[in-house]
Design a protein around this ligand. Sequence first.
Ligand code: ADP
Ligand code: ADP
Length: 243
Amino acid sequence: EAILRIEHVSKTYRSGGFLGRKRRVTRAVRDVSLLLPKGGTLGIVGESGSGKSTLARCIMRLVKPEAGAIRLGNTDFATLSKSELRASAKRMQMVFQDPYGSLNPRRRAGELVAQGPMIHGMPREQAMARARELFALVGLDPAGVERYPHEFSGGQRQRIGIARALALEPEVLVADEPVSALDVSVQAQVLRLLAELRTRLGLSIILITHDLRVAMQVCDLVAVMKDGEVVEHGPVARVFAAP
Ligand code: ADP
Ligand code: ADP
């Protein structure tokens, strides 16, 4: 049973074409269709520039695809208005490559995790208690909620990024190169955490990575992108089988 259906999604970037600049048209995502089974981990792999990040942004509606549907249950995210999107957005959350880049260095780690629930109306005390629970869930000392992002290691910061994404209890996690900025030894720990969370919380995960080893460690399904298109997809063991 599919939890997320990506149907014929396309996104073209257009730039230039004014003040004598050359007009550039990049068909970053071309007619991509994929299914994410409930409880599954779908890897989207491919070289730099193949359209992985753009597809992730389309799924999250950080960019609006010019064609296609992104269906989570009966909701088509591709066509939702901004206000409808706000109400449904918590059902899908994103984990970014560089947790430091996406975490405000002036806010305490606990506040960063509590922010989403507070925006959705949870009282501060309760949201901070929830942040401490989430810290424990991702393998951090709950006392760390009082610390600032720069006081944590790269792997710990990514755990905070994951806690922040989980704070609104999403059904789907979209992780865009979640371990690319980490040392190889730390990568495996963070990937193991994602796999554990998937089982414990019944999450479904889309994992974007340029690193085939990362996909092989945690994904059960994989789609290979090239020049904006999915050129191959299926169970990880089949797609990555030695020819
Ligand atoms: P080889 O080039 O000898 O096939 P690789 O380690 O490059 O060995 O590839 C191993 C497997 O991964 C192959 O089955 C191949 O189809 C697949 N593969 C190769 N490059 C990519 C890529 N950029 N994205 C996804 N899969 C790839
Ligand atoms: P990947 O994540 O696989 O590296 P991207 O989705 O970032 O691929 O990029 C796909 C293509 O779209 C590339 O040719 C890239 O240069 C282009 N691109 C990405 N973002 C933009 C943007 N904001 N404006 C114009 N072109 C873009």
